[in-house]
Design a protein around this ligand. Structure first.
Ligand code: AP5
Ligand code: ZN
Length: 217
């Protein structure tokens, strides 16, 4: 299966992708995570992407596709993938179809997580992750059970993203509305769109997603 998670920043794509990965044995491919890794390693792609990401804009299709192509070809993705934050432009959607065509696959479903703009700013601004395992947390909505200790791995160091402030979040939201939201109509026209209300709690959204997954096989 090839599942796409569409949605504005803070919709919960990363949170839900990690839960689906555990539950259905799919592999989460987050272009945001891959780009942040490239930035941290100082690769040429990372150097080109850094300032664009810090400003909240979209990295060029060329760079994103080069990074994703490597990972999609990896054998660990054979059981199926959840694309988290990709495609984000019409060009990326077309390129994805071409890439999948080589391996005789196609997009199974595009799941759109709908969340209103103000909720999204609040989610992004309170977010932090475990420095060791990447588990996501939130100042208000998802605290570790034991304060200062990761539920998943016991790690005690946490980090925040450079682009997680209210101002940059607004720019990211504009990029979403201008360039990514049109993909909703694109996948609807193909009969592949599933819409999920992402305003509920993390668990409510997760159970709706599970229902969609069970329908899609
Ligand atoms: P990326 O890393 O993809 O960021 P994003 O799309 O802005 O998405 P986020 O990671 O902010 O949000 P999310 O939906 O995953 O929410 P999360 O689950 O963390 O991209 C970053 C940048 O990289 C882009 O701006 C761009 O520059 C570049 N980039 C990446 N891919 C690209 C591409 N394909 N093309 C071009 N450029 C690209 O949840 C957020 C917070 O809310 C968490 O703290 C979580 O605990 C909490 N939360 C989650 N769900 C709920 C809920 N239901 N109720 C309450 N709280 C919740
Ligand atoms: Zn952890």
């Amino acid at each position: 299966a090839v599942l796409i998670l569409l949605g504005p920043p803070g919709a919960g794509k990363g949170t839900q992708a990690r839960m689906l990965e555990e539950k259905f044995g799919l592999v989460q491919l987050s272009t945001g995570d891959m780009l942040r890794e490239a930035v941290a390693q100082g690769t040429p792609a990372g150097l080109a992407a850094k300032s664009v990401m810090e400003a909240g804009g979209l990295v060029s299709d060329e760079i994103v596709l080069a990074i994703l192509r490597d990972r999609l070809g990896n054998p660990d993705t054979r059981s199926g993938v959840i694309l988290d934050g990709f495609p984000r432009t019409a060009g990326q959607a077309a390129a994805l179809d071409d890439l999948l065509h080589y391996t005789d696959q196609q997009v199974t479903a595009a799941i759109s997580l709908a969340v209103d703009d103000e909720a999204m700013i609040a989610r992004v601004a309170g977010r932090y992750t475990c420095a060791k395992c990447g588990e996501g947390y939130h100042d208000t909505f998802k605290q570790p059970a034991v304060a200062g200790t990761c539920d998943k791995c016991g790690g005690t160091e946490f980090k925040r993203r450079a682009d997680d402030n209210a101002e940059t979040a607004r720019t990211r939201l504009e990029a979403y509305h201008a360039q990514t939201a049109p993909l909703i109509a694109h996948y609807r026209a193909l009969g592949k769109l599933e819409e999920v209300d992402a305003m509920g709690s993390i668990d409510t959204v997760a159970s709706e997603l599970r229902m969609v997954m069970e329908e899609k096989g």
